[in-house]
Design a protein around this ligand. Structure first.
Ligand code: HEC
Length: 138
């Protein structure tokens, strides 16, 4: 019995230290979303602005945010979704690094383009933070 409770205390301590560690990371992730201009065009609240809201983006088919009209997306984004593009950490990393090129490669179409007026986020660590932020944006 004593052994079990000691374990429980140790586990609780571990969880607590994880929570302390997670808080600043989440703050950095939120900062990265602002600093890299994503917040100028996107929310994670469900409200669409210049771009579609990014809540629940992980696991979502590209170009299909609920309530963001298909006509507000580029033809390429809709086509990519139809071809099977689903957002996950890997596809987001590729898209965010170079949005237009990513769609061109994905669609195998040198004329593909995107309505996201953003040249790409070149810093890998910043992309990782933004993706972490989106992963938590349920
Ligand atoms: C200047 C405005 C603008 C900025 C800045 C911007 N976006 Fe976008 N974003 C858009 C628009 C508009 C679309 C729709 C693109 C299309 O249809 O081709 C979009 C599309 C997306 C999509 C695909 C959404 C879907 O429903 O399939 C993701 C993911 C995304 N943006 C993430 C980001 C992130 C992360 C950043 C910051 C690194 C960012 N965007 C910066 C305007 C912007």
């Amino acid at each position: 019995m004593k052994h079990t409770s000691l374990l429980a205390v140790a586990a609780a301590g571990f969880v607590a230290s994880m929570m302390v560690a997670a808080a600043p990371v989440q703050a950095d992730a939120a900062k990265a979303f602002k600093k890299n201009r994503c917040a100028q065009c996107h929310t994670i609240s469900g409200k669409h602005t210049i771009g579609p809201s990014l809540n629940g983006i992980i696991g979502r088919k590209a170009g299909t945010a609920d309530g963001f009209k298909a006509s507000r997306y580029s033809k390429s984004m809709v086509a990519a979704g139809e071809k099977g593009l689903v957002w996950d950490a890997k596809s987001l990393d590729g898209y965010l690094a170079n949005p237009k090129q990513f769609l061109r490669d994905y669609l195998d179409d040198p004329k593909a383009s995107t309505k996201m007026a953003y040249p790409g986020l070149k810093k890998e660590d910043q992309r990782a933070l933004v993706i972490e932020y989106l992963t938590n944006a349920k």
